[in-house]
Design a protein around this ligand. Structure first.
Ligand SMILES: [Zn+2]
Length: 277
């Protein structure tokens, strides 16, 4: 079993990435695999990009059916990464997912590979003003979050959201599930897919919350909490099921990237299994 590196004792001290070159690679790979790209914010030479890949479902039977039938034939997902600038596995996982191109045909994907590029320039969690963007989704103060929300308001509803993160304190991979309508859970399927490529955190308490087999099902109180993470915005406005995925930063970067990629692949395949294609 892979051992922890023991480097991250008071914060993240692991590998860093050149976010400009990762974003350039993403912008090169995406159109070659059928993605379109929209810039929803710029600062200096950095662009905040939203990638879109339409469903490739060829079923005319389904598309010609009722609104419900049409919708049931394909699923829509929002995947975001890089909201914390000291968590390089997320943007790298986005790049690998684009390059691997293993998406189910009946899935429409919105992929935001880096929500905090300025944080990556400094290898820091927050943006340059010290704002943790993942606590800024209720009454947004940062331009980055305001622009992301303005973009979200122009998009359709999603069936699922996935937020790609890392945790430098974790003993292995874990995730948060938010599923208030009790739809078919995807948590166990994702953990099972990650386990062969990355250790799973088996702690009974993670980040102060009860956990089981790397799964946290938090009791969320949207209205008591002023500092909404991105996930709270999605649950309130855009998607009724979603996951925050946490790769363990104290393991080598390729393992963390593979863990996030395995979890995303498992979620999208499970979500679209059984749909007409
Ligand atoms: Zn994070």
């Amino acid at each position: 079993m892979t051992q922890k590196l023991g480097k991250n004792l008071d914060g993240y001290h692991g590998e860093t990435i050149d976010i400009r070159s990762v974003l350039r690679e993403i912008e090169t790979a995406a159109p070659a695999h059928g993605w379109t790209s929209e810039i929803f914010h710029t600062h200096g030479d950095l662009d905040w990009i939203a990638l879109h890949r339409p469903s490739r479902s060829t079923s005319t039977l389904c598309s010609a059916a009722t609104e419900d039938g049409d919708h049931a034939a394909r699923k829509r997902i929002h995947i975001s990464a890089g909201i914390h600038g000291d968590e390089p596995a997320g943007p790298l996982a986005a790049l690998k997912l684009i390059q691997d191109d293993r998406w189910p045909g009946n899935m429409e994907i919105f992929l935001l590979p880096c929500l905090n590029p300025l944080g990556f320039l400094r290898n820091q969690r927050a943006n340059p003003d010290g704002i943790d963007l993942n606590r800024d989704y209720r009454n947004p103060q940062s331009t980055e979050t305001r622009r992301h929300i303005a973009w979200l308001e122009r998009q359709p509803q999603f069936d699922l959201y996935l937020c790609l993160h890392e945790d430098w304190e974790a003993h292995g991979f874990y995730l948060y599930e938010t599923n208030p309508d009790e739809r078919t859970p995807l948590a166990e399927i994702m953990i099972a897919a990650v386990a062969p490529v990355c250790p799973v955190d088996g702690s009974e308490i993670i980040e102060g919350r009860p956990a089981q087999g790397g799964i946290i099902r938090p009791k969320i109180s949207l209205h008591d909490r002023p500092d909404w993470p991105e996930a709270f915005y999605h649950i309130t406005h855009k998607a009724r099921q979603g996951y925050t995925l946490e790769a363990p930063s104290d393991f080598p970067l390729p393992i963390r990237v593979n863990a996030l990629v395995a979890a995303v692949n498992a979620a999208v395949n499970s979500l679209t299994a059984g749909l007409m294609d």
